[in-house]
Design a protein around this ligand. Sequence first.
Ligand code: CAA
Length: 378
Amino acid sequence: MYELNEEQKMLQQTVRQLAKDKVEPRAMDIDASGEYPWDMFELLRDNDLLALCFPEELDGAGADLLTVCIAIEELAKVCTNTSLILGVCKLGSQPIMLAASDEQLKKYIPPLARGEKQCAFGLTEPGAGSDAAAMSSRAVKKDGVYIINGGKCFITNGGIADIYSVFAKTDDSAGVKGISAFIVEKDFPGFGIGKIEHKMGIRGSQTCELVFDDMEVPEENLLGKEGDGFKIAMQTLDRTRPSIGAQAVGIAAGALEYAAAYMKERVQFGGPIARLQGLQFMLADMAIQVEAARHLVYHSAHMIETVGREASAVSAMAKCFAADTAMKVTVDAVQILGGYGYMVEYPLERMMRDAKITQIYEGTNQVQRVVIARHLLA
Ligand code: CAA
């Protein structure tokens, strides 16, 4: 079932080569500087990788989610920050792809597919993280515009993006059915960027607050109907969690590859440490987890596009298992390198720091377990 087709294999090879030649040499500097890597964005754009997220009729490449996951995995093997550029392109645009009218699609998607603009996803608030429905941003309709007040936090690509999928309450009394989704342009009056975060990992990806101060959003920028917002957010995350799983698989696979190569070169006790069975067992366990995670991610990417909501739990399993794998495998890879693994001259401590976010964003791994358990007990 998960035998990649010829096109997917070709793309995998192409992205692998691109990652080795152009991305890997930049990875350490991107992390050290903590600056957004515009050159990596341009690299993805110029190689039509951003287009993978969109259908051909909207200037995209018409790829399926599995293909997007393969590209993310290859980039994440060498640089999580660069893989996240593609990941957030998928995440920020998914609400539009799910719920936009023809006019909205034609207006907003082609510039994203061509890499002329960037997008982001605005759901999380200081008081509404795992409990996304507890958001306090409010949208009030008046004279053909929605006036939105409030704000968002921890927004990946915030301040870099031109277009934001934003969620706010249009009806306080209706619970989750009172949440609506909007397409917001960065130039709308009242839109502002707040604090830019300093982070443990994914340091080249900008994460910041969004501030809505009487922000004016034309009524034609409502996505779907009033009250559809929570469903759109959940459906979006169902479709993007496999791509975070793919990112996690990439980080883990990159760390595994590095540790295996190191074991063959590092000489202790009169020979390469690769002959030590204790380390061989560690390496084998890492490989088992990576392979299992990869298959679950591919399976979820395929399922979520074919069966929809029924695959929510599998999508959550893939994200959760792959993220836990990335964390465990990178910690073990640091251990295999010993003191060198702890040093910033080697990529493994960076991979370990980057792996951590995959257990947190797009729903903590505890939230993934909630989604899975609810599915089992429904
Ligand atoms: N698809 C469609 N509808 C869904 C759905 C889904 N997957 N999940 C829930 N719904 C619907 C439910 O059917 C229900 O509607 P009805 O009443 O009509 O049945 C409604 O939504 C409410 O559902 P719940 O009662 O399950 O909602 P809840 O408040 O208990 O929340 C939750 C469930 C799973 C915990 C949810 O809040 C959640 O996923 N939280 C995590 C949020 C998250 O992932 N944030 C990440 C932010 S983005 C990010 O991190 C990106 C980045 O930086 C890169």
